[in-house]
Design a protein around this ligand. Sequence first.
Ligand code: UD1
Length: 342
Amino acid sequence: MKEILVTGGLGYIGSHTVVELMMKNYNVSIIDNLSNSEIFILENIEKITGRNPIFFNIDLTDYNKTNSCFTKKNYDGVIHFAAFKSVSESVEYPEKYYSNNLNSLLNILRCMKENKVDNIVFSSSCTVYGQPDDLPVSEKFPFKEAESPYARTKQISENIIKDFVNSTSFLSGISLRYFNPVGAHHSGLIGELPIGIPDNLVPYITQTAAGIRKELQVFGDDYDTHDGTAIRDYIHVEDLAEAHIAALERMCENKMDSEYEYYNIGTGVGNSVLDVVKSFERVNKLKLNYSVIERRSGDIEKIFSDCRISNKKLGWATKKGLDEMMNSAWKWQNNISSFLKG
Ligand code: UD1
């Protein structure tokens, strides 16, 4: 059985990927410092899979502690999720983002190099493209000026991985550039846990429906789109989790065209804010309080992915639509308070 190390494995996307790996009979070790996750997620992973991952509560910016995990197992691969991810916070505290996100990655790569671990899958974002000139966004598009320190850490991280891969004869890397991950595991046992007031659309919708927020504010309805609201490529987190396993298998089976590759991970379909709201209302038979206010500064009008290359090279494609995303997100929201209590 293959041994995989997952950093940030109790976080939103990490936990879904851990479940998917364990269901596919991989042995999983998790490193997570619980800075943006809860320990009950580990118990719920065990409930879903009937298996126990190894768990290290370690801060990846501590090289010696990180390296001690690498000496316990011979890992076949690492999936690196652990990073801070708030765009607005990164604008206020760039030092926090550069220090944590880059030092964690450097330590992981150093440990991989020293312990001869071959394969890394990196959690990147479509934010590396900046404001794209054309749609859909293809991997062939260059990086443009980063829109935030968070975005810049993703661009720099991809370049760091490329340099490390070039520096050894054994390292391979794949960066997955996610579009907008939403939804939750169909069991309702794991999902996104935003701290405080959510920045992102779907947690804001579910918290509004749950009565935690008064109303959703739709940021602008004067965009050049079918209903005036902005368009994004929302992807079900379970489909996204599967993309990581596809990437890992491509590396482990030596199918790579070059030692470093990068892929768009989305559905290829754009949905507007109001499409999301309507789907949420329809599948959950609810009415959502919302009002339209002015545009949010920094938002772009539309973005969605061209996924033809990732579909072909990874042998992967999304299976779930917007309704399943909205249904699972609501199921998860209904469970969160009972998990947090206890
Ligand atoms: C944001 C991040 C992006 C990150 C992604 C993770 C920014 C500028 N970008 O993207 O880097 O990878 O989250 O999923 O923060 N909306 C509302 N009302 C709300 C919240 C959002 O109308 O209360 C709208 C937004 O204007 C946007 C859409 O919903 O049109 C999606 O917003 P959001 O979930 O924040 O994601 P992004 O802005 O696409």
